[in-house]
Design a protein around this ligand. Sequence first.
Ligand SMILES: Nc1ncnc2c1ncn2[C@@H]1O[C@H](COP(=O)(O)OP(=O)(O)OP(=O)(O)O)[C@@H](O)[C@H]1O
Length: 276
Amino acid sequence: MNADASIISNQEHPGAAAGSHADSCHEPIIRVNDLRITTAMGNRPLIDGISFDVQPGETVGLVGESGSGKSLTLRAIMGLLPEGVVLADSESISISEHKRLAMIFQDPVSSLDPLTGVARQVAEVMRYNQHLPRREAQAQAADLLISLGLPASLRAADRYPGQLSGGQCQRVGIAIALATKPDILLCDEPTTALDVTVQLQILDLLADLRERLGLTMLFVTHNLGVAAHLCDRLIVMQHGRIVEAGATEDVLNNPQQEYTRRLVSAILPIPGEQDR
Ligand SMILES: Nc1ncnc2c1ncn2[C@@H]1O[C@H](COP(=O)(O)OP(=O)(O)OP(=O)(O)O)[C@@H](O)[C@H]1O
């Protein structure tokens, strides 16, 4: 996805539900109710009637092996389903009123426009979403990128994605998401494509942002070690269904299903984590 697509995708969710309760503290910020997604041709079920809630401020991990339906679920929530699949009922997803969603993608390099400087890409999103004048947006974009660990020289000279490392590109992807001032950050395997030594840095950055900005996060990963590092709660998926869900500690220490036990036994340590 290029920067323009991310501008389009980071609107308030079209299916934002009207909040009617005076006390909204205990209202889920995301509600998924009997979500069904099928192939457009042939009606084959890909997501087979899953339901879950996410509370404000929670970090929830969607975990499971490849093809279990994690990304489709996340993309359905973002309103960004790929071609070739159909959502059975748009009302199966509701987002609290006025809450904004942004998404971080697996491949940070291909999610950026290769021909536009990264500070400019972030500035364009800020101009569009926050209606800032060009100069103000450029200054704020550089500040944001530097606060996320990009070099301070960006203030003087912008850089193209091809001049940055994968980890730096993912920081740019995070900046683009934050530039929309989201309440909810949807993360689709944001560390999988990165060099192992950079993975922990990006996870720590996301944990820090979550604390500082009070973000709600839905985090897709096939790596239970990554999920354990960040998530309060896990939802385990297999073949488009939820097979197990619970507090991260409970799922990891006391998995109820053989499938979950296999996932847990395949946990790999995150490089660098055991050294601290
Ligand atoms: N555009 C599409 N058209 C048809 N089938 C699709 C499409 N996108 C995904 N699928 C199918 O939907 C199922 C779930 O895919 P999804 O990408 O959500 O899995 P996942 O758990 O995120 O796995 P991975 O980690 O490998 O991406 C898979 O069987 C996949 O082949």
